[in-house]
Design a protein around this ligand. Structure first.
Ligand SMILES: Nc1ncnc2c1ncn2[C@@H]1O[C@H](COP(=O)(O)OP(=O)(O)OP(=O)(O)O)[C@@H](O)[C@H]1O
Length: 358
């Protein structure tokens, strides 16, 4: 049997992974209940939290609307949660939309013109907004005004429309993709980092309390270590471990229960899943650690090039298990250790340079 046969696992296209960072249907249903409601409850991200606290307190003291806020960072790190906290801390309502939902300037004009004074407008994936909408947003952010174009061609006229002051919270996974004029119009930019294991343990304990699950500190540590620095994944793993604890144990999450559950779900001690390990395994066993081209590696694991590049590789690179080099993908010494394999005999000399290859 081909050990990399994608038919052996429906999840290998990367769209439905237990360790995928994007929200799935179940996440969306449960996340509302698990969201911290104020900055005090929000775990980690010390810098962003402190800076934001100052921005919001100062605005409150002045009785003003808070400055526009840009939050950048990987999916599942808490950008939506923070935007809701901003609204709550300002005692303001929040409107939630996303870049892809705003394809025409008119879509944006309709939203902006219906905002209340002080309202928070959360624009997720702001880098995916259409160009005309983006240009309309510049003026709205700066002057609280938009020009609504009526008619077409030479007879078209721009009717200025005053807007109440509002706070735009933009979220992006790719801050570098934002045009500078848009980036410059945010008064505050917060960069969200991946969470340390100890912070994820706090997230897990908090969520376990809300879900009414009893969990040992070592059980929480076991889940945290496999959560890829991401609270959304930590919460999702917690729910799967809770199922296992209920069906196969006495409901209590201990280290053994957490490890047993995550073995069933094929999430290993470092948070790699089946697809991640298949990529590493092929790189090590079939190509001696590389370098090997992305397309060849993708064929070897029976996946699309994009799936390997966008779904598996970012975490492997972040974990220091795989390197992207001009000559192709290369396994690091840590990759051999992680899969319990011995590097080829010629490898030690190259290991001193930090990489293996032919
Ligand atoms: N700092 C945190 N403390 C506690 N829970 C958190 C924290 N950050 C995120 N979470 C939890 O993780 C889940 C995902 O968070 P959220 O939806 O805010 O992420 P996001 O960055 O907006 O993701 P996306 O970019 O995919 O929209 C939520 O259930 C939230 O409760």
């Amino acid at each position: 049997m081909n050990p990399y046969d994608p038919a052996a696992d429906d999840d290998t296209d990367g769209t439905d992974r237990l360790v995928g960072p994007a929200a799935d249907g179940e996440d969306q249903a449960v996340e509302a209940a698990l969201r911290p409601k104020d900055l005090g409850e929000f775990v980690g991200q010390e810098k962003v939290r402190q800076q934001l606290d100052l921005v919001l307190r100062a605005a409150r003291q002045r009785g003003a609307t808070a400055d526009h806020v840009l939050l950048s960072g990987a999916p599942g790190l808490g950008k939506t949660t923070l935007s809701m906290i901003i609204a709550a801390e300002m005692g303001a309502p929040i409107r939630i939309t996303s870049g892809p939902a705003i394809q025409h300037a008119g879509d944006l004009a309709a939203i902006l013109s219906s905002l209340q004074e002080g309202e928070v407008l959360f624009l997720d994936e702001i880098h995916r907004m259409s160009r005309p909408a983006e240009e309309m947003l510049y003026m709205a952010m700066e002057d609280f005004r938009v020009d609504v174009i009526v008619g077409k061609g030479p007879g078209a006229t721009a009717i200025p429309l005053e807007l109440p002051p509002f706070t735009l919270v933009g979220a992006t996974t790719r801050a570098g993709l934002l045009p500078p004029p848009l980036r410059d119009r945010f008064g505050f930019t917060g960069h969200m980092e991946f969470y340390a294991p100890a912070e994820l343990e706090r997230v897990i304990h908090r969520s376990a309390g809300l879900l009414d699950v009893v969990i040992d500190p070592v059980g929480a540590a076991e889940i945290a270590g496999r959560s890829r620095g991401t609270p959304r994944i930590a919460n999702r793993l917690l729910r799967r471990v809770r199922d296992y604890a209920q069906v196969r144990a006495d409901g209590r999450i201990t280290r053994e229960v957490a490890a047993g559950a995550l073995e069933v779900y094929e999430v290993d001690a470092r948070g790699l899943d089946r697809l991640d390990r298949a990529v590493l395994d092929a790189l090590l066993r079939l190509f001696n650690g590389g370098p090997v081209g992305l397309s060849t590696l993708a064929v070897a694991v029976g996946e699309e090039r994009e799936t390997v590049e966008e779904v598996a590789e970012p975490f492997l690179v972040r974990e220091g298990l795989l390197a992207r080099t001009p000559r192709g993908r290369v396994a690091t010494p840590a990759a051999w250790t992680h899969l319990g394999l011995t590097p080829p005999a010629a490898a030690p000399a190259r290991a001193q340079q930090g990489l293996f290859g032919p």
